[in-house]
Design a protein around this ligand. Structure first.
Ligand SMILES: [Zn+2]
Length: 256
């Protein structure tokens, strides 16, 4: 869904953009009351010379797009509660189109409203019907013969959208899966590396053990006996080189 900013000019007739600063505290939901108009039709109507009504709103949304007609920090006339009414002075007015694929439009509206709430750190308790400000049966497609079941459904849709956030796009999903694959490959490589290191450690230990001769070789026995008797060594475990050096040392007469 695209979001278009196309503000009506300050000079728009009937004071439809009064330019009054607004610090919004609520979001007010409407239906356009026109079964055939799109968001673009509704936006163009606001600046149509034949329009003589002092009525405006902030955002109009249909199955394809949302159009921002007034800055969200300025007052619009949509709540029917007068020039100083809280609905008009403190709420962002959202017009939901009735034309086209209404289920899609409603889904778009729920996502948009969830985003507006999230940006402000608000919950669904900030949502109001036009009806709440001035008892007009609006949003009329949520009225359901006075039960307002559709309104409850819409608030639940917004609540769900707030909790779930945006679902992943196909591009995001494929990038995510690729990343998962890379992580798995990396983990596998690390495991393989661990096995290699363990194998090498075993091999090194085996080589060290092999260097130590289990028994004193016969040719070194005299040297070992002499060295032990002289108190020079107290171990008989050594490598081939050890016994060779010991024998040379012994033959040099050091242990006598
Ligand atoms: Zn309304």
């Amino acid at each position: 869904m695209e979001y278009i900013v196309n503000h009506i000019p300050r000079t728009t007739p009937c004071d439809r953009r009064p330019g009054l600063a607004m610090a919004a505290e609520y979001i007010t939901i409407h239906n356009t009351g026109n079964a055939n108009s799109t968001a673009l039709n509704e936006r163009l109507w606001l600046t149509n010379p034949s329009n003589d009504r002092k009525a405006s709103y902030h955002i109009v949304i249909d199955q394809n797009r949302a159009i921002e007609c007034l800055p969200l920090t300025e007052v619009g006339w949509h709540a029917g509660d007068g020039g100083s009414g809280t609905g008009n002075r403190k709420s962002i007015g959202i017009e939901i189109c009735e034309s086209g694929n209404y289920a899609q439009t409603l889904q778009n509206a729920a996502r948009l409203v969830a985003e507006l709430l999230k940006e402000r750190g608000w919950g669904v308790d900030r949502l109001r019907r036009h009806y709440d400000w001035s008892s007009k049966i609006c949003p009329r497609l949520m009225y359901d013969k006075g039960t307002w079941a559709g309104w409850t459904t819409f608030k639940n849709m917004v609540r769900n959208a707030l909790q779930e956030g945006e679902p992943m796009t196909p591009q995001e999903l494929s990038a995510f899966k690729e990343l998962q694959g890379q992580v798995a490959t990396l983990a596998q490589a690390n495991t393989h590396l661990g096995v290699v290191i363990e194998g090498q450690a075993k091999q090194i230990k085996a080589l060290q053990d092999r260097a130590k001769l289990a028994e004193v070789p016969a040719w070194a026995q005299a040297a070992v006996d002499a060295a032990v008797a002289a108190g020079v060594i107290d171990t008989k475990q050594g490598s081939h080189d050890f016994y060779r050096l010991l024998t040379i040392t012994h033959r040099a007469g050091v242990f006598k």
